[in-house]
Design a protein around this ligand. Structure first.
Ligand code: FE2
Ligand code: FE2
Length: 370
């Protein structure tokens, strides 16, 4: 039995080093049409991070006096740790935290680029392969876009946290189709949509808001690729396969939660403010009860809530792991919600804006990120 766990011919795969299988003459004619719409749509939302017509990085921002993300968005500042920082330090700490998050996003984009490229090596369906090549191209401009933003504001990104670094490496190198698609297309892409929606909604920096909206015009489609896979795969799984997928999803979820939530991963930032990460961890745990966590998670742009919803709607959460996720969100409430993905509305407006730039279509006085 194949380890790929694919149930639909559109996701049939070969080993990463089996290029000869790609030259099988019958393969070329076996192209599914499942992804054609997504592939064609790429021209509507074309953008170039190096062209001022789309985005101008020469917009100044005073990091010493203004937090890129409002202080109330910074977890640590909701705890007694805030009393140890001056007003100036709070702003600096908030901006350092944003630099950390955006660096994680940049490393995630690098992972998405390498992962989509790796799908080109294993997917046999020429349509699925073209989809993956197209996603690779879009991820490449995200890497350029976030690199430029970080360079403009801070010079250099922070190194990847060990947890996220290991997870991304595992996904990129995994030969199994399900690991790549559940890990990257459903979870990391879902997390990214949630993170971009929250940056877009709350940020004080118009440049960052605009960049996030442009990136979201692409990401909304990437997330759909994962959803199509789940729709065509999950209903046909046997119990053992379903368990394997469910466990892998829970492992990835836990790792992502840990990367973003664990003070250990960003201990170098705390050290700059004379804070010890272990003490920070204790204070956060003491201050935040499960109830607080659930309340924070109930916000619709909360990134982990978005992830759980993706898995739940994809049929990847059963009674086996339900209790694990129920610590974070109200599962019944989530189940009753529509399929609309967080950020879809922002992405749609962004696409309208890009159509206007690309084809001169009239969109009134619409501005993508005012
Ligand atoms: Fe991306
Ligand atoms: Fe993506």
């Amino acid at each position: 039995m194949s380890n790929d766990i694919t149930k639909d011919a559109a996701y049939d795969a070969v080993a990463p080093d089996d290029f000869p299988a790609m030259m099988d003459v019958d393969r070329y004619g076996r192209r599914s049409t499942a992804f054609d719409k997504i592939i064609s749509a790429t021209h509507d939302h074309f953008w170039d991070p190096l062209d001022k017509k789309y985005i101008d990085y020469n917009q100044p921002f005073d990091l010493d006096t203004t937090p890129i993300m409002p202080l109330d968005q910074v977890l640590e500042l909701h705890t007694p740790i805030a009393d140890r920082l001056t007003e100036q330090q709070k702003i600096q700490f908030a901006n350092d935290t944003t630099r950390w998050s955006l660096s994680s996003i940049l490393h995630g984009e690098a992972g998405a680029l390498a992962l989509s490229a790796s799908l080109c090596h294993i997917l046999k369906d020429p349509g699925a392969q073209e989809y993956a090549a197209n996603q690779t191209r879009e991820e490449a401009r995200h890497v350029t876009g976030f690199s430029k933003y970080i360079e403009t504001r801070w010079g250099k990104p922070y190194p990847v946290g060990p947890t996220l670094g290991n997870l991304l490496t595992e996904m990129v190198l995994a030969p199994e189709v399900y690991k790549k698609i559940v890990g990257m297309q459903m979870l990391v892409e879902g997390l990214a949509m949630g993170a971009f929606a929250s940056l877009y909604t709350h940020s004080n920096d118009p440049l960052l808001r605009h960049l996030c909206q442009l990136v979201m015009t692409d990401e909304a489609f990437h997330h759909k690729f994962g959803k199509i896979w789940a729709d065509r795969t999950v209903p046909h799984l046997n119990e053992e396969e379903r368990n394997r997928i469910e466990d892998w999803a829970a492992t990835c979820f836990q790792t992502l939660l840990f990367n973003l939530g664990s003070p250990e991963q960003k201990k170098h930032i705390y050290a700059k403010y004379g804070l010890d990460w272990q003490e920070v961890q204790e204070i956060i745990l003491k201050t935040r009860t499960d109830d607080d966590r659930r309340r924070a998670m109930s916000s619709s742009t909360n990134i982990f809530r978005v992830l759980i919803k993706t898995l739940l709607k994809g049929g990847i959460i059963t009674e086996r792991t339900r209790a694990f996720y129920a610590v974070y969100v109200d599962m019944e409430e989530l189940k009753g919600e529509g399929d609309e993905m967080v950020g879809d509305a922002i992405a749609e407006k962004g696409i309208e804006y890009l159509k206007a730039v690309n084809f001169g279509q009239k969109v009134g006085n619409y501005v993508a990120a005012e």
